[in-house]
Design a protein around this ligand. Structure first.
Ligand code: FES
Length: 237
């Protein structure tokens, strides 16, 4: 059981080494991207390690982790969300991409409807979420169940990994209400992954295809239901 959680992190680490530019050729933008990618690798390893510890206490969790074969074949990934605490974000790997699951607090949800004037696409007009998301007045959730936000954690500007910064204010200024901040060029996203005006990123963070297998397990990579076999991808990954 301890073998399986290492698969995604190890594979990604190998990819990162293979794609790293030679130091003498790297531009400042390359170096910023690499710093962010290294941070992602450390985060992914930490999260996978935490899953491993959880598996020892609750063996059934091990069966929810993606296998090497599942990752290589880009199969859907089943994620146990039952242990995520309020305001906690976990990262799983799907199609070699970091997929976040954030359990939003009542406060994080409350501020979403008031964000419209600060956002580039408050009403999800861009094709950055699959068709099984709520529409109309609850579209701002950008999730099937409002409490659990599922996003692909890749900035839509140049592909860095944004940081989860839930605290308001701080170094991001008094106007910052919490959300996700990209360290490469400063793009900011709210607690639904919607990009703030003034950010270089053009689009909201993508919501991957996913659906609920039960109250505590989601399947990332498949819309499920009538759309089960439908392949869907956002405008930009
Ligand atoms: S990659 Fe440029 S702001 Fe995120």
């Amino acid at each position: 059981m301890s073998k399986t959680p290492k698969a995604p992190g190890g594979k990604i680490a190998a990819d990162a080494r293979a794609s790293a530019p030679h130091a003498s050729d790297a531009t400042p933008e390359d170096r910023a991207f690499d710093r962010s990618r290294r941070r992602f690798l450390i985060t992914a390893t930490s999260v996978v390690g935490a899953v491993g510890v959880a598996s020892a206490a609750a063996p059934f969790i091990g069966s929810m982790n993606p296998s090497r074969k599942a990752v290589a074949n880009a199969q859907p990934v089943d994620v146990d969300i039952s242990k995520i605490r309020p305001a906690e974000l976990i990262t799983v790997i799907w199609r070699h991409k970091p997929v976040w699951v954030l359990r939003r607090t009542p406060h994080q949800l409350e501020i979403l409807p008031s964000m419209d004037s600060e956002l580039k696409d408050p009403h999800n007009r861009q094709a950055q979420q699959p068709p099984n998301m709520p529409q109309g007045v609850y579209a701002y959730w950008r999730s099937i169940k409002k409490e659990y936000l599922v996003l692909v954690g890749i900035c839509t500007h140049l592909g860095c990994i944004p940081d989860y910064v839930p605290q308001p204010g701080g170094s991001l200024g008094p106007q910052w209400k919490g959300g996700f901040h990209c360290p490469c060029h400063g793009s900011m996203y709210d607690f639904a992954g919607r990009v703030l005006i003034g950010s270089p990123a053009p689009l909201n963070l993508p919501v991957p295809p996913y659906h609920y297998l039960s109250d505590t397990v989601i399947r990332v990579g498949s819309i499920g239901g009538a759309h089960k076999e439908e392949s869907w991808a956002p405008e930009i990954w």
